[in-house]
Write a protein that binds this ligand. Sequence first.
Ligand code: NAD
Ligand code: MG
Length: 396
Amino acid sequence: MAGQGITILGATGSVGESTLNVLAAHPHRYQVVALTANRNFSRLAEQCSQHQARYAVISDATQATDLQTALNQLGCKSEVLAGREALSEVVSMDETDVVMAAIVGAAGLEPTLHAVQAGKRLLLANKESMVIAGELFRKAATEHGTTIIPVDSEHNALFQVLPKDFESGLENVGVERLILTASGGPFLHKARHTLADITPDEACNHPNWDMGRKISVDSATLMNKGLEVIEARWLFNARPDQIEVIIHPQSIVHSMVAYRDGSVLAQMGLPDMRTPIAYALAWPQRINAGVEALDLTKQPKLEFYPPDLESFPCLGFAFEVLKAGGSAAVVFNAANEIAVDAFLKERIGFLQIPSVVSAALDRCETGKIENLDEVLEFDRLARDASNRIIHSHIGS
Ligand code: NAD
Ligand code: MG
């Protein structure tokens, strides 16, 4: 096979599309093994045809026949695989060397963890997996000698400016703090009481980034930054007091590392996911990402503020969740997924998202996590509890 074999989980999403965009500019570096989608069979068929994927994988098996028909119409020979197990099957195949994990939410956990267990290089966009099962990922990566390269722009920035041996402990390499930047989303500087009637489209209208709807809402509530704090804890073996968040509305500085001697190293670039994706694809080399060069003389002033935890409480919850440890992060994530889904379907208001998360954290029992089944069970219980909270206390 020419080039490295890549499988993209969640190929039809925003990160998946950007990944294929970068791959198209470097056809000899990679051979597409499998592309996966949840239900969007028509886009998946187009992608498989354009990138000559060996396998077209649809999670929702009821769409398999339509996918086959769409592939036939395009004269594309990709083999159709269907169902959730097929995701884990394609990441573990011999032909797959690299896996881009770009499914949204906890739905990505199983195949993403299986990729690490199969020793494949993992390019991680699916932050929710790392948030809910960070310890399992760390153990599996050590046991199977797997490299995990963060794709989330902040973590990719940190990965770029940390010393190579950061795994030996941040203190051992002179690092004092990881500084995650946050754009503040579309409602930065808005008073909390003005946010009650925000519509899903307003929440998804991010000023700097073009992303899927779930992460766009997470950015508007600052839940995204809360998830990223927990993601950083696991990716970089950081203590909670070593992680700081600052608001930087222009999204040019993607994150920074503060060292013991007073140096602060930042990674900068235009807000375009193709940069972290290209970095992750080519690491330790660099390839062209198709992104315009950053000209700081043409940029607006770069600003930095402390976050407003009163208007955006989800960020504060994340630090409490880290202190609690164990399955608290599973509850935090599951409650948010349920609440965001309800908000996008206009069943609850924008300000009720943090209320659901907070109520679920209060009500759900938490405990230690030893394996994948336990994560999935805590996740199921937290989703049930969050749905009950929405029905009984908030109304629908
Ligand atoms: P998206 O909604 O645009 O795409 C999600 C993809 O996952 C689609 O291909 C969809 O078919 C698939 N999918 C959804 N539900 C699934 C299920 N139940 N089973 C199997 N597949 C399923 O999402 P996105 O914005 O591309 O985000 C993907 C991940 O990357 C998220 O975890 C997000 O937090 C992270 N991320 C995204 C961006 C961004 O710019 N979009 C930036 C940083 C991190
Ligand atoms: Mg991010």
